[in-house]
Ligand binder design. Sequence first.
Ligand code: FNR
Length: 189
Amino acid sequence: FSLRILAISGSLRQDSFNTRLLRALPPLAPEGMEIELFDGLGEVPLYDQDLDVADPPKPVHRLRTAIAEADGLIIASPEYNGSIPGVLKNAIDWASRPMVRSALLAKCVVTMVATPGVGLGRNALSDLGRVLHDCHAFVVSGPWVHLSEAPAKMEDVQDEDGEVTTVLTDPRTRRLVDIQLTSLQQAIK
Ligand code: FNR
């Protein structure tokens, strides 16, 4: 059987480097791992504890179910002003509840940050790890996939069917991704 991994991007932007990084992962996954991108983050409302009732808003239900049903998570996020975007923190806050049955509880997660900047993104990565740890997720350690100067490290290519996919062109990044995904697989097992 195959491990089902849910990939979540912290950016809603159409041409997001983080979303493209996640789109480039499936061909790099080890055998026995399937990666699916979550596409409903933009519909998740702002967290409001008054809405966090037995029957929460549909997009929240979708998010929680997708996380709960996944064997593990890959989160790729931009760094905004030295931390993670509010969009991602908001989704994590929703996913972290109800506290004793949170979808994030003991979930294995690997984290990545892509930025067009040079040498930036470390603060978002460490904040993301800290927040997930606080939600009692299991943040898989490994070499940090901290993709600076992202535009030079990925390329969009068209396959025979006209489908556009992203390819990671930087060998070092591919190697780091390979180690991360293998670590995720081992951690889940
Ligand atoms: C940024 N950006 C940015 N980059 C970085 O490396 N460190 C930072 O602290 C910030 N801060 C920041 C704040 C805000 C509000 C925005 C909109 C942007 C630049 C950011 O890395 C860049 O826009 C990326 O392209 C965003 O990621 P996606 O959307 O390409 O995945």
